[in-house]
Design a protein around this ligand. Structure first.
Ligand code: CP
Length: 329
């Protein structure tokens, strides 16, 4: 007999989950990662239905509080909350009392006083969601803080690879591009390393944090640094291309974009150096023609659209894990 959605979800989520917030993936245990993935599998079943909605989080409210632009993360949080029957309020810095000088702390305290149960925060300052979490009883989810972390992106990246390869352990994962400014690179490095992948970082020296090779100094897990793309990509199972984040650059980190493209663009010829079943990934938004060609972005090895789609199931899983313990019956 088929089990219904709430039962399938609670069975998947019955393993260890001890987080009150999701601020990064650096303190998740392998069983907690697996709990997210199994719960996301149960959420995929709901999303495959004609009516993609269950009442599991009815009575709960998610606020999205975004101080930076977003398409994928904000929309998928909203779709995820609605699919679980929760209410959603969306705030941006420009449409809230932030424009009148209200601080982040006052804003999140006000949201809590208004009855919000979880806040997904995107903020240009690294650490902002951590500060919010210290002042709130409700769940805080980091939706991207400065250059620091983007844990829900890392979880959906891991989930997408797991769907294709069955697991993460032993895979060679190459992260290519603007690692210096990338919160995705940092969270992916934590996540892929925690689950047993071999991570290779490939970037020009100007787009790597200084002394990045000395990971212990940064408190980051070890990774190989290989600045030559052709060498880095050899036998890769996963190639994760990153956008050159011109909006975060105050000086010319990429002296000449043509040189960057010549040395670091992911092309069909370069992708042939990887394993035949390589997965080409990108957190988005992409700049086709810069960090990767349009041909590979839309090619058979690209799972970029799957990453975006998986964002809904993974964020449903996280909302469930953070909120369902106290959900209305
Ligand atoms: N990957 C990602 O965070 O995309 P958005 O900026 O569109 O949310």
């Amino acid at each position: 007999m088929a089990i219904d959605a709430p039962q399938a979800i609670s069975t998947a989520a019955s393993a260890a989950w001890r987080q009150a917030h999701l601020l990064d993936v650096d303190d998740l245990t392998p069983p907690e990662f697996e709990t997210v993935f199994r719960t996301a599998d149960a959420m995929q079943e709901i999303l495959s239905r004609e009516i993609k909605r269950v009442p599991t989080l009815r009575g709960k409210t998610l606020a999205t509080l975004f101080y930076e632009p977003s398409t994928r993360t904000r929309v998928s949080f909203e779709l995820a909350a609605k699919a679980l029957g929760a209410d959603v309020v969306n705030l941006t810095a420009s449409s809230s009392s932030v424009t009148k000088g209200e601080s982040l702390i006052d804003t999140v305290r006000t949201l809590q006083a208004l009855g919000v149960d979880a806040v997904a925060i995107r903020h240009p300052q690294a650490g902002a969601p951590y500060v919010a979490a210290r002042h709130l009883h409700c769940a805080v989810i980091n939706a991207g803080d400065g250059w620091h972390a983007h844990p829900t992106q890392a979880l959906l990246d891991l989930y997408t690879v797991r769907q294709h390869r069955g697991g993460i352990r032993g895979l060679k994962v190459v992260i290519v591009g603007d690692i210096l400014h990338s919160r995705v690179a940092r969270s992916d490095l934590w996540g892929f390393s925690a689950l047993g992948a071999h991570v290779v970082l490939c970037a020009p020296p100007t787009l790597l944090p200084r002394r990045f090779g000395e990971h212990e100094a940064w408190g980051l897990p070890p990774a190989e640094v290989e600045p030559r793309l052709e060498r880095a990509i050899e036998d890769a199972d996963v190639v994760m291309a990153l956008r050159v984040q011109t909006e975060r650059q105050h000086t010319a980190y990429v002296g000449n974009l043509r040189d960057y493209i010549r040395l670091y663009q992911i092309s069909t010829a370069r992708l042939r150096l990887a394993r035949p079943n390589v997965l080409l990934m990108h957190p988005g938004p992409t700049n086709e023609g810069v960090e990767l060609t349009a041909e590979v972005a839309q090619g058979a090895q690209s799972v970029i659209q799957e990453q975006a789609a998986n964002g809904v199931a993974v964020r449903m899983a996280l909302l469930y894990l953070l909120l369902a313990g106290e959900a209305a019956p």
